[in-house]
Design a protein around this ligand. Sequence first.
Ligand SMILES: [Zn+2]
Ligand SMILES: [Zn+2]
Length: 352
Amino acid sequence: MKQLYEKVGAIHIHSVFSDGSGHYDEIIRGASEVGLEFLLFSDHWTLEPKRHNWEGFHYGVLVGIGVELNDNEQRNHLLAFEIDDEIERGLDAVEYTRRVVDSGGWAVVAHPDERRTELPEFPAYPWTTWESEKFQGIEIWNHLSEWMERLTRRNKYWLYLNPRRSVIEPTLWTLKKWDELNLKRRVVGIGGVDAHAHHYPIWQNVNATIFPYKVAFRSIHVHVLLEQLPEMQDADAALSQLFKALRAGRLYISNRYVGQAKGFRFWAEDTETVTEYQMGDRIKAGSMLIFRSILPDDASHAYIIKDSVPVYKWRGGEGNFASDEPGVYRVEVRRKRRAFIYSNPIVIEADS
Ligand SMILES: [Zn+2]
Ligand SMILES: [Zn+2]
């Protein structure tokens, strides 16, 4: 197994620069205190924090700044990273996705499958523009969306106070969509916390902070595997290293509330040519691969999923599965009746 350098962070953060309640300084400090190594902010529409020099290392945390875009109907939210200029408002999703990608940015569909809840104060904002073929990533797991989906009139105050309990698993619809997209091209799966720390009135003038940032930062994590030793001196170099790995799909997603996932691995070996492939790789049909995965602990059980169907199951330690059939292969790990880890896929491409 090739040596890779693992960095753990959180993606999709809002601050006072748009509709979040937290200031950059306190948010980053909070992330640092819970051990996160990078944070990707995505305030709605604005790159203002970039102009305030918030990009780079602060409190030992590498900070990257993008935006979240939406259309006139408030739908089709898109996270856009590695862009230098703001995107104008009033465009449709196909067009703003194209502009982000054509200007060299990394475009990630946010909460694609957000569903209506019974509470009118939390409407749903799904992605509907699947005809766009430009986006390079999709948020397969969004803490805020899942929390909202599970809200009812009866449990809402309990869930306001226990936000991490609502995080159980992504929707099957999203996972299936993600697998289908990967049959055709690489679409990287990420997890987002969508942290805002909204203050919400629960009784007369008593306000609860929904998801204080530090609580949100102990839920959905993104673990990036870097090929080279992480750059710690030069923030620009560190960010381009981070985005290179993210764009390549060398990452997995975990729920920190369920356990410590660090050390999880998923890779594939072609024993004939002695080649090792990583998450995100796409391999031409014709070779026999051994898919290998190491779990972080013995209490977890895992599945190798091929084209949305579990094909191999094991508990603890290492799992191996050989196949030469074209398809989208990835690993799902569960623990304590909750989803724990989602790898990005390794794809054997069909002959076309
Ligand atoms: Zn959104
Ligand atoms: Zn958001």
